[in-house]
Design a protein around this ligand. Structure first.
Ligand code: SER
Length: 598
């Protein structure tokens, strides 16, 4: 197969956004906004990793208020790819263009629409495209239908690759649930093959994986069996940054309009050149973008040592270290965040809304970590002074500097070079790999909980969360609003906007309010209504394009009316006794309550 000579095309990010949404809207898909980067009430995952994540209840069969065909842009964050960042296509934060068929069309129509968008709208030459389909195994047959459709659309046998579960199967997102074969689309960006065997599954950078249509036709049960489902969904995800790179003939996602202003800012701050230090620049740019979006989410996550806060801290610190290494001035992170906020606020207004919060948190983290780094420097010097005849810094010391004081290997190497000693690099890599394996096992454990746990306990706590929200509005006034919520089977955690500590009396009054509503044994009523109707009825929730034209509302008597996807307890009488365990500050203007039901 010969590859068509690449044309130079210039497509703006805003143009691509519009082309994509218009194409699917014309084909009767309804646009939904991006959900939060931090999943609602789902203790099993830290971040939204795909556009399908906020749609799980609908992929499991619940009716979506906007119908059976949906399209959107979703903010996503995947920490699993963190070690790949620095190459040409991997990112931690990215935008996923998604479209879904909820029990409507299936493989043929889905693939045909994908192909029409790629060839007729984006005008990507067909001979630059290859696709992969599921090759089949003992649990599910080869996906002949997808392969047939691609062939009928004019793809030659050598453009169609068959791979197994690892490559061409998606889900379930937890232990059980909907899943199925997928078909992935790759664009050849024109560089030489890395070897004779080079093909789309190769990581050398020749093939950009841009698009994935998942055909959710199976349900995996707790025993590991795959049963055909009665309803078949299509879940399609497209990498926005990657398609933009393809549309501009860029060699990497970083050389697109989305990153160029960030790269320029880093050049200005450090007096270095992207071409000389592409790897470091990419890490700084990627991590700063992720950190800005996490901090900019209305959920008000702050750097900490647990959960989302820990990931956020790691991203900030890694970016900061590289900036320090390149002699960036104090406050460089804030200056980079300003560029990101300006670039994205039209599409994600929450960034402008949380502008001050983002900058304050970055400044704070810079101060704390700056001190740690300085301490590490002293210790590193001492280690080197005490080396005596050894002349090599031991792997354990290099690793301690890395783990406790945030020193990247290059930092220690530079210091060692200055003093004329060497570093046990192999030993460091060995310890690093051991450590990574432990973290990976930890992360896998975290994911094991499966999808949003809808066990009885979490469902009741979910209803209690609505009642607590109502209670706080009653006790503190209607100005407070929800900034975050997290539920596990043991407790609820509710973050809300308020600028001082609550008194014991206020906490008691809120607790009593919830227990009073429980004692009244009120049915929790579910209904769908238009956004306008919800606004008129004083329903609590974030009104924005996130919900589309129709919303789901849960009502508890005269006390609570909230927009929510559910699920909820049937009657407040099922909840037991509500108890507030803790009230604390999480960030300026944000308080957190932890409570349980006994
Ligand atoms: N869920 C699939 C993915 O993440 C398709 O959107 O690739």
């Amino acid at each position: 197969m010969t590859t068509t000579k690449k044309e130079v095309i210039n497509m703006k990010a805003s143009e691509l956004r519009k082309l994509y949404l218009d194409f699917y809207k014309e084909k009767d898909h309804k646009e939904i906004g991006s959900g939060s980067l931090i999943p609602d009430n789902d203790p099993s995952v830290l971040f939204t990793t795909a556009g399908m994540h906020p749609l799980v209840p609908y992929l499991l069969g619940e009716k979506h208020p906007l119908g059976k065909r949906l399209v959107n842009f979703q903010k996503c964050l995947r920490t699993g790819d963190i070690d790949e960042v620095g190459d040409t296509s991997h990112l931690t934060f990215f935008e996923m263009m998604g479209n879904w068929s909820l029990g409507d069309y299936f493989k043929e129509k889905s693939i045909t629409m994908t192909n029409e968008f790629l060839l007729d709208v984006l005008k990507i030459p067909q001979d630059r495209i290859s696709v992969s389909v599921f090759s089949g195994d003992e649990t599910a047959p080869r996906d002949e239908e997808s392969a047939r459709v691609w062939k009928e659309l004019g793809y030659h046998d050598e453009q169609i690759f068959y791979y197994g579960k690892k490559e061409n199967w998606w889900g379930p997102a937890g232990q059980t649930g909907p899943c199925g074969p997928d078909t992935e689309i790759f664009v050849d960006i024109g560089q030489e093959k890395c070897s004779d065997d080079c093909q789309p599954s190769c990581n050398c950078g020749k093939y950009f994986e841009i698009w994935n249509n998942v055909f959710m036709e199976y349900n995996k049960d707790a025993d590991g069996n795959y049963e055909k489902m009665a309803i078949q969904n299509v879940d399609t995800g497209v990498g926005f940054e990657r398609v933009l790179a393809v549309m501009n003939n860029a060699a990497s996602v970083y050389e697109t309009e989305l990153f160029i202003p960030i790269i320029k800012k880093i050049e200005e701050l450090t007096g270095t050149k992207y071409e000389e230090k592409a790897y470091q620049y990419r890490i700084i740019a990627d991590h700063m973008r992720s950190a800005t979006f996490v901090l900019g989410d209305d959920k008000a996550v702050v750097p900490s040592n647990v959960d989302q806060g820990y990931v956020l801290r790691r991203l900030i610190r890694r970016a900061y270290r590289y900036l320090v290494q390149m002699n960036a001035p104090e406050n460089a992170m804030c200056q980079i965040a300003e560029v990101i906020i300006a670039k994205y606020s039209d599409n994600y207004p929450e960034l402008a809304r949380n502008h001050d919060f983002i900058l304050t948190q970055l400044e704070k983290e810079e101060k704390v970590f700056g001190r740690t780094l300085a301490k590490g420097l002293k210790i590193a010097r001492k280690i080197i002074d005490n080396l005596g005849d050894a002349k090599t810094i031991a792997a354990e010391d290099v690793f301690r500097l890395y783990e406790t004081y945030g020193f990247p290997l290059e930092f220690t190497e530079e210091l060692a070079e200055e003093k004329g000693v060497s570093v046990d690099i192999d030993g460091f890599h060995r310890l690093f790999a051991e450590h990574q394996e432990k973290s990976r096992q930890g992360a896998a454990q975290k994911f094991k909980g499966g999808l949003a746990d809808s066990s009885g306990d979490t469902t009741k706590l979910h209803t209690a969360t609505h009642l607590l929200n109502a209670a706080l509005r009653e006790v503190l006034g209607g100005d407070i609003y929800q900034r975050g919520s997290n539920i596990n089977p043991e407790r609820l955690r509710f973050d809300f906007s308020f600028d001082r500590k609550l008194t014991d009396e206020e906490l008691k009054a809120a607790e009593n309010f919830v227990n009073k509503v429980i004692a009244e044994k009120i049915d929790v009523v579910y209904e769908e209504m238009s956004v306008k109707e919800a606004e008129e009825k004083g329903v609590v929730g974030v009104f924005g394009d996130k919900y589309g034209e129709r919303v789901k509302v849960y009502t508890v008597g005269p006390y609570s009316k909230e927009i929510c996807g559910g699920p909820h307890a049937k009657n407040t009488g099922d909840l037991g006794t509500f108890k507030i365990m803790k009230e604390e500050s999480v960030a300026a203007g944000v308080r957190r309550i932890k409570a349980k039901l006994t």
